[in-house]
Design a protein around this ligand. Structure first.
Ligand code: FES
Length: 117
């Protein structure tokens, strides 16, 4: 199973099922990204910055790229957490304003830090 690490601000990481979105993976690891549109690619509140493993995410599609372009977030490391599917190990940073309070705990959650960039 792919390993996903959310570096900031809480440092959650763990193995998740392949093909989950980053939004779904966050929930699996015990926290939520903001998702004002409910994961329908019509806001950018779920945006993350990919630190490592951009090739291990699904290809960006037209709608995602268009939305990021409109919000002037078209740098290649920006992805929408609700659209980017995890295909392999990936490390992302969650902008602090995109963080939501942790949900009920998950036994799969680990702390980041050791061995992470
Ligand atoms: S939750 Fe709105 S674009 Fe991802």
């Amino acid at each position: 199973m792919p390993r996903v690490s959310f570096l900031h601000p809480a440092g959650k990481s763990g193995e998740v099922e392949a093909n989950l979105t980053l939004l779904e993976a966050a929930k699996t690891l015990g926290f939520e990204l903001n998702n004002d549109c409910g994961g329908n690619a019509s806001c950018t509140t779920c945006r993350v910055e990919v630190q490592m493993g951009e090739d291990h995410l699904s290809e960006i599609d037209f709608d995602e790229q268009d939305l990021l372009d409109r919000e002037a977030l078209s740098e290649p490391w920006h992805r929408l957490g609700c659209q980017a599917r995890i295909l392999g190990d990936v490390v992302v940073r969650v902008p602090e304003t995109k963080w939501v309070q942790p949900t009920s705990g998950s036994s799969e959650v680990g702390k980041s830090g050791a061995g992470l960039p």
